[in-house]
Design a protein around this ligand. Structure first.
Ligand code: SF4
Length: 233
C-alpha cells in the first residue's frame, strides 16, 4: 500500500503504487471544459473511469502514485483541486438545486461560497462535515452531516451531530427560523464547542451525547433570537 499520509486528496489503494485522487467540486458543478479535461486525465493516468461520491465530488482511481503530482497540477489548471481528508472541516456539500430548483426557498449560492471560504479545511478534533439544503426535502443529506443547514420559509433550521458510516446518527434539531447571520454565529460556536470539549477523536455527536443536548444548546444559542423553538430532541 502506498503511504499517502499528509497528501491532501490522495487515498491509498490496496494495490501498491496506486492511489485514488479525490476532487473537490464546489456545488458539484463541472463545466463542459472541465469534464473534457477530467476525461483526458482518466484516460491518460487512470483506468478510464471516475466515481461520483455522495459529497458531489469525483474520485479518480488507479493513478500511479508517481503521476499524482502531475495529475493534481493538470486539475489545478482547470480550476479544480483535491478534496480534503483528515481532521478538518471537509468539503462543504450543497444540494444540486440551490440556484435553480423550484423547491429552493431562495438562491443560496453566495451563502455556500461564504461557508466554503470561512470554514473549509479549518482544523477540528476530527472530521467535520457541513451540508446546506435549499429546502426540507434535504436531497444532500443534511440530517447525516455534523452540521446540517436547511433553508425554510422563515430562515434556516440547524441540525447538529449527524453522521453516516458504520454507526449512522441523525442530527438533532437545534434551532429553527434563524437568520443567515445567526447560522454563521452558531457554526462558529459549534466549532468552538467541539474544540473545547472533544476528547481524543470524538465526533461532535459523541461530545453532545456526553455533555447533554441542553448543555450544547445553551453554549451555541446564547443570544440567538429564535431559540429554543424545539427542545424535545
Ligand atoms: S433539497 Fe430541495 S431545493 Fe435542494 S435540490 Fe432537493 S428539492 Fe431542490
Amino acid at each position: 500500500m502506498t503511504k499517502v499520509r499528509g497528501r491532501i486528496g490522495l487515498l491509498a489503494q490496496r494495490q501498491k503504487d496506486y492511489v485514488t485522487i479525490r476532487l473537490r467540486i464546489p456545488l458539484g458543478k463541472l463545466t463542459a471544459e472541465q469534464m473534457e479535461g477530467i476525461s483526458q486525465i482518466i484516460e491518460e493516468y487512470g483506468d478510464g473511469y471516475a466515481i461520483p461520491t455522495i459529497r458531489k465530488s469525483l474520485e479518480i482511481p488507479w493513478v500511479r502514485f508517481e503521476d499524482s503530482n502531475k495529475v493534481l497540477k493538470e486539475l489545478r489548471k482547470m480550476g479544480l483541486s483535491a478534496g480534503s481528508c483528515g481532521r478538518k472541516v471537509r468539503t462543504i456539500v450543497a444540494c444540486a438545486g440551490l440556484g435553480h430548483c423550484i423547491h429552493s426557498h431562495r438562491n443560496l449560492e453566495k451563502m455556500y461560497y461564504k461557508l466554503l471560504g470561512n470554514y473549509y479545511m479549518k482544523d477540528t478534533p476530527t472530521k467535520f462535515k457541513i451540508s446546506l439544503s435549499g429546502c426540507h426535502l434535504a436531497c444532500n443529506h443534511p440530517y447525516i452531516n455534523d452540521f446540517g443547514i436547511i433553508a425554510t420559509e422563515d430562515g434556516f433550521s440547524i441540525l447538529v451531530g449527524g453522521k453516516g458510516g458504520r454507526h449512522p446518527q441523525f442530527g438533532k434539531l437545534i434551532v429553527e427560523g434563524v437568520s443567515e447571520e445567526e447560522v454563521f454565529n452558531i457554526l462558529d460556536k459549534t466549532l468552538e464547542y467541539f474544540r473545547k470539549y472533544a476528547q481524543g477523536r470524538e465526533r461532535i455527536y459523541e461530545v453532545i451525547k456526553r455533555n447533554g443536548v441542553d448543555h450544547f444548546r445553551g453554549y451555541v444559542l446564547e443570544g440567538v433570537k429564535a431559540w429554543p423553538r424545539d427542545s424535545k430532541n
